[in-house]
Design a protein. Structure first.
Length: 692
């Protein structure tokens, strides 16, 4: 037991080191100059809007979290006296608070670094701009990994039971779902409003200060791609770690429970070291620099886990578990490469969409849908191969150890979350820096440098989305097995077990009914979030049109648009529209579990996971390919934005396709990740008290 507590301390120390490094990095960024007074003014407007949204979102969620905490204390112990309701409630609140803190840290870092990145590009060049923007992203990445590992490790040190602390993941899941959905609605309402009225109707450039929605659009980049993505991966990190601990404890005892924490510690240290590899000169390749940092992190993590496995496990288990972790690391790289192939504007799928724009928006949309559908096949093959391989190698010593391999594959993938979130969060900083350069009327060469970083940011964002989807898939499988173990320990459900295990039989009508219900929920949530973006964008479009019509002198640059009104519209829509899908995510598993039984809930989790992962891949890749097809045309291909001074119909068709893809890739698609994990964490909590 003393050795186990020492391992938990290693996890807590690594989490604290990550937070300390993030804070030191943030302090160093704040020493960078912000540029001209106009640059500072714009940056502060973006930060004010982003923090106002975040504050309002978390205030809205406070009653929800308190109600859930009270229910955990009062209801579950009445259903089963063995349950420690106070520990569950505390763990839930800690998970929710840690997720909120990670969001605040990341949002502060990115919104305060945009003008500093633009100034670095203006005064020093591309290399310095990459350095500033990536360090801002690293604050978010290391805050996510550090808080996740620190929270789980400290709670384990206090309660010494991974089952007791599993509501930490539920707290993280609940906040993540609302953050992902709310942030997605906000960013796409602003983006669609800015594009349709500003670029298509008024024919003015992106980030033009005459566009009333441009500040809201820049705010949206942060609330969606920084706070939303960070909360999503924080949730994955916490849920995977706890699920792996529960499974490991059941198979190997305390050392199996603590091994995931030390894997997380290795990944954090590797991520910190990996940030030092991200460097480039004025004529360098930012994408190559970021790839070097990611590869260095993966390699260092693999080496560390190899020695850690040999030290922790005897015999064939050591090699088998290391190979399972390595499978997760390989899937990480493979999914990123496949996502890049289907969304990059230098690859055939995206170029086919651009070519289809020649015959109008309908053919553009048709080709985008086909790319999204096609893009799900090979990632699913990689998931299947990784799951089978991890299961097989972990069974070398004993067949009973096999399921631990799947959990450790998920842990291997999530162990590098620090560097992956850093790569994703740097994108909004570069994007905002370009907007500030445009609005502050800096020399064109500054915008060229920030656009180069922004283009790389689009690729890293697509890779991060693939990473988030892959991690959600493997996390859901780990949660599923942890749920099965929890049901097996439920004294009221012993009649469902075969040789001590929960066996899911598709001939069982309860399983089949649950599977069909679960498979339908991703469509319900996708429809709700898609409609929410449409409704919010409708209000934004009308407001931008109103300002162009009623505020005289906007188009001539003689009058200032009402930016705050657009920010307010996006904020209100996001907060109001996120409630329904959030309630669906939390309540439906409870209805299925208590209404139809444990077997139906197992089927529900299976159907939800399979359909949710497919929907996430389809929506994210279709939207990404539409976006980059538009950007390829805007780079001057197929006539560019204008021909003979008039809007190019090919470009207009691509903008419409991109507008259709916006809620797909940034709202409905990302919502699938926390959806399947919320179901898993809720099921894990109630598995011990189901009565049929």
């Amino acid at each position: 037991m003393q050795e186990s507590m020492t391992l938990a301390m290693y996890g807590a120390i690594a989490g604290a080191v990550a937070l300390a490094f993030a804070l030191v990095t943030f302090a160093s960024i704040m020493k960078e100059p912000m540029g001209t007074p106009r640059m500072k003014q714009i940056s502060e407007a973006v930060q004010e809007g982003a923090m106002a949204y975040l504050n309002r979102q978390y205030k809205t969620l406070i009653p929800f979290t308190l109600v859930v905490a009270v229910l955990l204390v009062l209801v579950l112990p009445r259903l089963d006296p063995r349950i420690k309701g106070d520990a569950l409630a505390i763990s839930f609140l800690v998970g929710a608070v840690c997720s909120a803190i990670a969001g605040y840290l990341g949002m502060n870092s990115t919104t305060k670094s945009n003008a500093r990145t633009a100034e670095a590009a203006r005064s020093h060049g591309l290399g310095k701009a990459l350095n500033v923007s990536f360090r801002a992203g690293a604050v978010m990445g290391l805050s996510v990994a550090g808080l996740g590992l620190l929270g789980v490790s400290v709670l384990y040190l206090i309660y010494k039971d991974p089952v007791v602390i599993n509501s930490f993941a539920f707290g993280a899941s609940a906040i993540a779902f609302f953050a992902r959905v709310g942030g997605g609605i906000y960013t796409k309402a602003a983006d669609v409003g800015a594009d349709l009225v500003g670029k298509v109707e008024a024919g003015i450039p992106e980030d033009d200060p005459r566009n009333p929605a441009t500040i809201a659009d820049n705010v949206g980049d942060n609330v969606g791609d920084t706070a939303g993505m960070g909360a999503d991966l924080f949730e994955s990190y916490a849920a995977t770690t706890i699920a792996a601990m529960i499974i490991g404890n059941a198979i190997f005892g305390p050392k199996g429970a603590l091994f995931p924490l030390v894997v997380g510690a290795v990944g954090i240290i590797a991520s910190i070291l990996g940030t030092f590899f991200v460097r480039t000169g004025e004529g360098g390749n930012p994408q190559a620099a970021l790839n070097l940092g990611l590869w260095a992190t993966n390699i260092m993590t693999a080496i560390g886990v190899y020695f850690l496995s040999a030290w922790t496990f005897p015999g064939k288990d050591a090699l088998g578990i290391f190979l399972a972790v390595a499978a997760g690391l390989i899937v990480n790289v493979a999914i990123g490469a496949l996502t890049e192939y289907y969304t990059s504007n230098s690859r055939p799928p995206c170029l086919r969409i651009a070519e289809a724009s020649k015959t109008g928006p309908a053919t553009n949309v048709i080709h985008g849908l086909s790319v999204g559908m096609e893009s799900v096949f090979f990632p699913m093959l990689f998931f299947a191969a990784a799951i089978y391989f991890a299961y097989w190698v972990a069974s070398w010593e004993s067949a009973s150890h096999a399921i631990y391999g799947i959990a450790m594959a998920a842990m291997g993938m999530l162990s590098t979350a620090g560097i992956v979130v850093a790569m994703d969060s740097f994108g909004p900083v570069a994007d905002n820096a370009g907007g500030i350069a445009e609005m502050a009327e800096l020399p064109p060469e500054v915008r060229q440098k920030t656009d180069k970083l922004d283009a790389v940011g689009n690729t890293t964002a697509a890779i991060a989305k693939g990473f988030a989807i892959g991690s959600a898939a493997l996390t859901a499988l780990a949660l599923f097995q942890a749920y099965a173990d929890e049901v097996a320990r439920n004294p009221k459900l012993q009649h469902l077990l075969t040789d001590g295990h929960l066996v899911i039989n598709l001939n069982n009508p309860q399983v089949l009914v649950g599977l069909l219900i679960g498979a339908s929920i991703p469509f319900v949530v996708s429809a709700s979030t898609m409609r929410a973006v449409g409704d919010a964008a409708y209000g934004m479009v009308n407001e931008v049109r109103r300002q162009f019509r009623e505020i005289k002198g906007i188009m001539e640059g003689e009058a200032k648009p009402d930016y705050a009104r657009c920010v307010s519209i996006a904020t209100g829509a996001a907060i109001n529209k996120m409630i329904f899908p959030g309630l669906v995510a939390v309540i439906v598993p409870l209805i299925v579990g208590f209404g139809l039984g444990a077997m139906a809930l197992a089927g529900y989790l299976a159907g939800l996971t399979a359909t949710g992962v497919l929907m996430a891949l389809f929506l994210a890749n279709a939207g990404g390919s539409w976006d980059n097809a538009k950007k390829w045309i805007e780079a001057g291909n197929l006539g560019g934005k204008k021909i003979d001074g008039k809007p190019n119909p090919i470009h207009q068709a691509a903008v419409i396709g991109d507008t259709v893809g916006d809620p797909c890739k940034d709202t409905s698609g990302p919502a699938m990740n926390p959806l399947i994990k919320v179901a898993g964490t809720v099921s894990l909590i109630i598995g011990a008290v189901l009565f049929r």
